[in-house]
Each structure stands twice: as C-alpha cells, then as structure tokens.
Ligand binder design. Structure first.
Ligand code: PRP
Ligand code: URA
Length: 209
C-alpha cells in the first residue's frame, strides 16, 4: 500500500502559512511556492541510493559516496504544477521534465487532458508528479493513469496541500504510489476547493482569475 508522508518541517509549515494567506500577492506567493518545492525536494530525495566512489582529498585517498545514478523525471501537472518545477530543479538539476496538461471542468470537476509530453525513457525513471493541490484527486489520478499507460513503473506524487478525499482516491487507484504532502487539510467544500486550503493555486501563481 502506498504511504502518505506529511513533510511537516518547520520551514515548510512557516512558508505554507504565508502561501495560504489571501493577503499574499502573486510575486511573494510564487517565491514561497518555489522555496517550499525546494524544501520538499530535499525531503523526497532522502532515500535516493548511493554508491561508493574513491577520491583523493588534498591529504589522503578516501572512499566517499555519490548518487547511484538513479534517473529522476519531474512531471508537473499544468498549469499550477509549473510553479514547483524550478524549486525542485535547484536541488535535482539533472532531472528531465515531462508535462501533463489537465484542467478541472468547473461544472463536473472531472479532469480534461489537453497536453502530454514526456521524456522518452520514462519506464527507467523515478517519476515525481507535482501539483500544488490534491483536491478530489481527479487530476493527479488521471495524470498517473496516463503515465502508467505510457510505461511508467515508479511514480511518486508531491503536493503542497491535499484533502483527505484526494488522498483516498490515489491510495485506492494507485496503491504503488507514495504521496508526499506539505499539509493534509480538513476537507473539500461543495465546489471542490480544499478547506482551509489556499484558494485556486493556478490563479494565485499566475495572477489570473
Ligand atoms: C487545480 C490544481 C490541480 C487540480 C486539483 O488545477 O492545480 O491540478 O486543480 O483538483 P482535483 O484534485 O480535484 O483534480 P486547475 O484545474 O484549477 O487547473 P490550472 O492548474 O490550470 O489552474
Ligand atoms: N484546485 C485548486 O487550485 N485549489 C483547490 O482548493 C482545489 C483545486
């Protein structure tokens, strides 16, 4: 069964408070999302395998460690997932980046896929699907199905904020996918917004309405 990790590091919680605050403007919101994505990347990469490497320091020869060449792929869900890409790339600069374009139909809340472009070797990569919000779970669920259909074997999901409803959907449909969250909120409202949440992540990131 996939595990759910809430990355409740104090810096993440502090920054999330300002991200949630409706008085935080677009510029600061964007910067904070970028910073939290970087901090979450630090946590999510904790278990990457290492391999030994012999080097010479200026003083002696010694055996040290380097990453064992695990190939990572980031897959932001457009459009709000884009806001987390640069922050993650600061820590994992060699990661390839695929894109899945989805939006929620405002009436049905069902995800509609309008774009997909992925690295050619996704079956060999550890893929991290990124989206600030996991609400009904429809968008992430659909994105993960799309990736699996195209051969993805190892997928993790990383979101700033989730509702319990969305987490349950992913756990049920994708028990092989671990979920990493900045916060697990209370519930969804009747329009499918996360409560307390942060409002519409895409609109707040890009200054649209
Ligand atoms: C938001 C968000 C997620 C989705 C979550 O995207 O970024 O992708 O809603 O909701 P769900 O779990 O109920 O599917 P939105 O549809 O607003 O599109 P946008 O990123 O283009 O603004
Ligand atoms: N999408 C968002 O951007 N915010 C929510 O609260 C739910 C879905």
């Amino acid at each position: 069964m996939g595990q759910v990790f809430v990355l409740d590091h104090p810096l993440i919680q502090h920054k999330l408070t300002y991200i949630r605050d409706k008085h935080t403007g677009t510029k600061e919101f964007r910067e904070l999302v970028d910073e939290v994505a970087m901090l979450m990347a630090f946590e999510i990469t904790r278990n990457l395998p290492l391999q030994p490497k012999t080097i010479e320091t200026p003083v002696v020869e010694t055996e040290s460690s380097v990453l064992a060449g695990k190939k990572i792929g980031l897959v932001p869900i457009l459009r709000a997932g884009l806001g987390m890409v640069d922050g993650m790339l600061k820590l994992i600069p060699a990661a390839k980046v695929g894109h899945v374009g989805l939006y929620r139909d405002p009436k049905t809340l069902q995800p509609v896929e309008y774009y997909i472009k992925l690295p050619s070797d996704i079956e060999e990569r550890e893929l991290i699907v990124i989206d600030p919000m996991l609400a009904t779970g429809g968008s992430a669920n659909d994105a993960i199905h799309s990736l699996k259909k195209r051969g993805a074997q190892n997928i993790r999901l990383m979101c700033l904020i989730a509702a319990p409803e969305g987490v349950e959907v992913i756990k049920k449909d994708h028990p092989d996918v671990d979920i990493y969250l900045g916060a697990l909120d209370e519930k969804l409202d009747e329009k499918g917004y996360i409560i307390p949440g942060l409002g519409d992540a895409g609109d707040r990131l890009f200054g649209t309405k």
